[in-house]
Design a binder for this molecule. Structure first.
Ligand code: SAM
Length: 292
């Protein structure tokens, strides 16, 4: 087997060979610990019949572990300077395809159809660029890609918000937007020392698993997210006050909101952070005819 890319010595060698300098603006914190990488990949439960989608392969640290564990890897890298590096470091692996693009701009659905149609089991596995974690996750989820789930590293604070339960401080509209599509759990907390350069914040890996049955069926998903975002605008305020300021103006607005809350058995003096996704779903459907 090839020598791992992600050892401190080999990473230094590769960076030196290519005169590579890290771009903070692209969230470039590379992993230099093969044990962490093995651990991340094991959470994805890949086999040679699975494929992996990676965002931001960097110099290929995680990519090579994915290439060993799966049948195919498609990786999106924005930084052109890394293309010759990846061609070199990943040359032993024939099952990797690097696509030079911004994951937020590219038509992932089309690429999925073109390159991964043969794979029934596909996971997204990545050490995400922290400055765009949330837009990347939301894009992949809203594109409704036929993936089994994701195993992704991010800032710990964001991981806590994504996996939070109702009634906790971290619970909010991000928890709802992600947990609507996937079961979310923290797989591991990761120390700063395994990155080069070390980030300023703590990191965690989360595992997302697509729901076989959605936690709630709603008339309009976008409207559900609008209602949940609107319910958290001022966390200390009650749901009725938040909805009154966030929903569009209309005749008898307050009465309609109170009536809708009562109809789905939600006390108007509760705070948004106490409502489950199911409750938000029922509430959104009740409000929908009046405010969408
Ligand atoms: N996977 C490597 C590792 O674990 O060592 C690198 C991870 S590093 C945290 C994030 C990577 O994402 C960098 O290689 C960066 O250039 C790339 N990147 C940043 N923004 C991106 C975007 N919008 N689309 C695709 N790649 C991006």
């Amino acid at each position: 087997m090839q020598k791992d890319i992600a050892t401190p010595i080999r990473t230094q060698e590769i960076l030196k060979k290519y005169g590579f300098s890290f771009k903070k603006s692209l969230g470039q914190n590379f992993l230099i610990d093969p044990n962490i990488l093995r651990n991340i990949v094991s959470h994805a439960d890949l086999t040679k019949d699975s494929a992996a989608i990676e965002i931001g392969p960097g110099i290929g640290a995680l990519t090579e572990h994915l290439a060993r564990a799966s049948g195919k890897v498609v990786a999106f890298e924005i930084d052109q300077r890394l293309l010759p590096v990846l061609e070199d470091t990943l040359s032993p692996y024939e099952n990797v395809e690097i696509i030079h693009s911004d994951i937020l701009e590219v038509d992932v659905k089309q690429i999925f159809q073109d390159k991964l149609a043969d794979y029934k089991d596909v996971m997204v596995v990545a050490n995400l660029p922290y400055y765009v974690t949330t837009p990347i996750l939301l894009k992949l989820l809203m594109d409704r890609l036929p993936i089994r789930g994701m195993v992704v590293m991010m800032q710990k604070e964001v991981a806590d918000r994504i996996t939070a339960s109702p009634g906790t401080k971290a619970y909010g509209s991000l928890s709802i937007a992600i947990q609507y599509y996937m079961k979310a759990e923290v797989a591991m907390v990761v120390p700063k020392a395994v990155f080069m350069p070390q980030p300023n914040v703590d990191s965690a890996v989360i595992k997302l698993t697509r729901h076989l049955i959605p936690p709630v069926n709603v008339i309009d998903e976008d409207f559900l997210f609008k209602v949940s975002r609107g319910s958290f605008v001022q966390r200390r305020k009650t749901i009725i006050n938040n909805l009154q300021s966030s929903l569009p103006n209309g005749k008898e607005k307050k009465e309609i909101i109170i009536h809708s809350l009562e109809k789905v058995n939600i006390n108007p003096t509760r705070r948004g952070e106490t409502l489950s996704i199911e409750e938000f779903g029922r509430l959104a459907d009740e409000l929908y005819p009046h405010f969408h």
